[in-house]
Design a protein around this ligand. Structure first.
Ligand code: PGA
Length: 239
């Protein structure tokens, strides 16, 4: 099964999420299990309910969780609360969280642990910046970012999203070959644990999705901008 995750970031009111869900539901009809695609929407907290599918054709993810389980942490939402609100997955360590909110390895390790306690499957994001890419440091960076998984339960389900920072929201996609290389490296670095699904993210569109998925290593896509329209996300899932 290929996994397709729509990361809406800070977009969509509840009414907009409801309209998306209605249109997306029509586009995918009875669902895409038969076509070998598992679908996930990651709306903002406020739109989780509005984005839910009563028929279960897609699951929900949250875009972040708190590093603490509970307590006096104003403004935070715990992994247990996300699970209680219907999330099956949680995006952890997105490059925007790393960059704008200063999230680093030790903090992300705690977030992963909270996901496990709550039964959420993490979609752990890794990826190098443009400077790191140009300096040939991709392998180094990925192995550093994946290091925190050594403390994660080796038999627990895990999704890793390779999202080169230079490809996110830029219209510049990694080449299918780059993608395969990164996914192969991630698989090798995590070979001592149970099955890991590796996604690619960064300017995925209906036009380039099939090419990115064509080689064996990539198990799906994490889609930002092109997931905001039901029609284009459905087209990517069909790819
Ligand atoms: P993008 O975002 O598809 O808009 O590049 C991907 C992501 O940040 O997950």
């Amino acid at each position: 099964m290929k996994l397709f995750v729509a990361n809406w970031k800070m977009h969509k009111t509840r009414a907009q999420a409801r309209a998306f869900a209605e249109e997306f539901g029509k586009l995918i009809g009875g669902g895409m299990d038969g076509a070998g695609a598992e679908l996930v929407l990651a709306p903002s907290w406020t739109a989780l309910d509005a984005a839910r599918d009563a028929r279960g054709r897609w699951a929900l993810a949250c875009q972040n969780v708190a590093a603490e389980a509970e307590g006096a942490y104003t403004g935070e939402v715990s992994a247990a609360m996300a699970a209680d609100a219907g999330c099956r997955y949680a995006i952890v360590g997105h490059s925007e969280r790393r960059r704008y909110f200063g999230e680093d390895g030790p903090l992300l390790a705690r977030k992963l642990a909270r996901c496990r306690e709550a039964g959420l499957t993490p979609i752990y994001c890794v990826g190098e910046t443009a400077e790191e890419h140009d300096a040939g440091r991709m392998e180094n960076v990925l192995s550093g970012q994946l290091g925190i998984l050594s403390r994660d339960a080796a038999d627990a389900p895990l999704v890793v999203a390779y999202e080169p920072v230079w490809a996110i929201g830029t219209g510049r996609t990694a080449s299918p070959a780059d993608c395969a290389r990164a996914a192969g490296l991630i698989e090798a670095l995590l070979s001592s644990r149970g099955p890991v699904r590796v996604l690619y993210g960064g300017s995925v569109t209906p036009e380039n999705a099939a090419g990115l998925l064509a080689h064996g290593h990539v198990d799906g896509c994490l889609v930002g901008g092109a997931s905001l329209l039901a029609e284009s996300f459905a087209a990517i899932c069909r790819a």
